[in-house]
Design a protein around this ligand. Sequence first.
Ligand SMILES: Cc1ncc(COP(=O)(O)O)c(C=O)c1O
Length: 420
Amino acid sequence: MITDTTVPAAPKTMIDWQKLRADFPILHQNVHGHPLIYFDNAATSQKPRVVLDALRTYYERDNANVHRGIHELSNRATGAFEAARARSAKFINARTADEIVFTRGTTESINLVAAAWGPKNLKPGDKILLTEMEHHSNLVPWQLLAERSGAKLVYLPVTGDEGLLDLSKLDSLLTREVKLFAMVHISNSLGTVNPVDELCERAHKLGIVTLVDAAQSAGHCPVDVQQIGCDFLAFSGHKICGPTGIGILYGRQELLEAMPPWQGGGEMILSVDFHKTSYKHAPHRFEAGTPDISGPIGLHAAMDYLDGIGRENIFRHDQELAAYAYDQLSRLNGIRLFGPKTGRAGVVSFLLNDVHAHDVVTVADQRGVALRGGHHCTQPLLRKLGTESTARASFYFYNTKAEVDRFVNVVREVQKFFAG
Ligand SMILES: Cc1ncc(COP(=O)(O)O)c(C=O)c1O
């Protein structure tokens, strides 16, 4: 069993979290007659004004296609697009911007690796190692690849409601047949923080390629691909204050260069004749067609904004809110809480006796509190834990302790209501 060793403890910096809320126009509204409490950040984050402004400025001033024109607007758009690639490399400490592929999000990043890396590197009898707490995005693409390649999926188990990986099983699972180990950094349904640097190190000793799903970590805590030592890492812009429709695939340069394209079209070619095409170097080889241009520009603004606050500070704030919410909820009778008791990220999943998660979420919505109920795209995990759904509150830096108090009161109300 493991505890969090991956995210360094943050030095205390005083930040006026309340003041940061002014940067988010959407937070200042009533929902069903109550001030909005947005606790669905694991699904998507809200966007600060600097990101909205960057998008607007791009469309009002610089909009043109990239890498194609030699006119002024196209040069500006291309410059901003490639500057966002360099900014993304810095955000996760990649060695070079060539290790950054723009995708639509985490899901597409993982599908890209499965489609481009998989067929060349897997044969029947090989294994892909996953954990039991993967999001469907880091599970279904590998199932599809396994069906095509004859490889088998194997899983590192989770230890029950506390939701830790059972590391005592790792040695027996990390065999020579395993060619890829794909793991989530922070679980979206449990809040578990996995020690990805240790997992990657142990896999690399056996020459196993590693992929980290950083959808819930990249915008919440410092993420350094060189320190983690992973070969691939994926995350989504929309979960880190950026726009929807843009994501990042980090790939170690040697691996990206050795991978064939996964989609064909304009932008990714060097030369095309009727029967043969030569391709650009990575990352451009993986970006066929006109890309999302405003997305990277908005993402650039989001990364600057987050690093202005400091992701170590954001993580401390997330953890404080989650620990407080967990503690307050655990005082209620008839509640089942999921995920680690200590060291959790900003996610708290729970079930109330005899109340369906969707009913909790529906009543909370009537009180202006946005939660999520369901399987959170982790059906195999929840089924292993003996349920089809949980209610989930997920926090970000613009949430406050006072909001947690109101949320806990709403949960109490739900209990009373359903107790008749
Ligand atoms: C852990 C994890 N992985 C992957 C994803 C998929 O992200 P996207 O839908 O942005 O591709 C999510 C989204 O909730 C997630 O929480």
